[in-house]
Design a protein. Structure first.
Length: 244
């Protein structure tokens, strides 16, 4: 399935700038896989190999104050194990809004669904700093991103879907407005605009501070892929480039 999704989302031209950060959706692959593939193909186009991915996604099941690490050494997928970067986890834990909370990761899919794309495109040696984001404002999330920013060896993935359970036409209109807000580095977004609003707001905060340049890669919803049009979920892929 990954091979098919990536084949339908060809990598950007060699001349294209590769992003520091991407936003990718996290639904089942039959629904959001085509959009996620666009984000990860852009990330994989970086000329220098990526060694560490800072991965932020929303908490769907367990209340979290701030941001939560799993306290685990690795994540496992059908493609193998992905090591948690101990230096990055330790650096994050130096901030008061970050804690170890294994139960926040136990059932959570928003981070795990991104891992096979990273494994397939970036290689088996990739390491992650996996953070579930709960009740945290944009400044708190931005502080964590700044702490883990790194250089060209580090990339950041924000995991988020967009609107939920609107009709097809209503979702297209709502998601277009949200996409425009992201592209204008606006915000803060609310939970009705994106389930990953908290990590996106942190990204928008640091994007304004660092002068990142956003780009829309794909915008669609489950009605365009494997769902009906009566109740859809929106998906967007965005890239954020550091200024030249």
């Amino acid at each position: 399935m990954l091979e098919d999704l990536l084949a339908e989302a060809p990598p950007p031209p060699v001349s294209a700038r590769a992003p520091k950060v991407v936003i990718a959706p996290h639904a089942g692959y039959v629904y959001s896989g085509p959009t996620a593939a666009m984000a990860f193909q852009a990330l994989a186009a970086r000329s220098r190999p990526i060694e560490t991915v800072v991965l932020l996604g929303p908490a769907h099941y367990v209340p979290v104050r701030g941001l939560a690490l799993p306290g685990a050494e690795y994540f496992a997928t059908p493609l193998g194990k992905v090591k948690v970067n101990p230096e990055g986890a330790g650096a994050a834990l130096r901030l008061p809004q970050v804690r170890i909370q294994p139960e926040a990761h136990a059932r959570e899919h928003s981070l795990e669904v991104e891992l096979p794309f990273l494994q397939r495109l970036l290689g088996e040696e990739i390491e992650i700093v996996p953070l579930v984001v709960g009740e945290a404002d944009g400044e708190e999330v931005a502080e964590v991103l700044e702490q883990l920013w790194g250089g060209e060896e580090t990339a950041i993935v924000i995991s988020s879907d967009l609107s939920h359970f609107l009709s097809y036409d209503a979702a297209r209109e709502a998601d277009r407005r949200t996409a425009d807000e992201i592209l204008q580095l606006g915000g803060p977004l609310g939970p009705r605009q994106a389930c990953g609003a908290m990590p996106i707001n942190g990204l928008l905060e640091i994007a304004r501070q660092r002068g990142l340049e956003p780009e829309l890669l794909d915008l669609r919803n489950s009605g365009d892929t494997a769902g009906d049009h009566s109740r859809v979920v929106g998906y967007g892929a965005f890239a954020f480039h550091e200024p030249t």
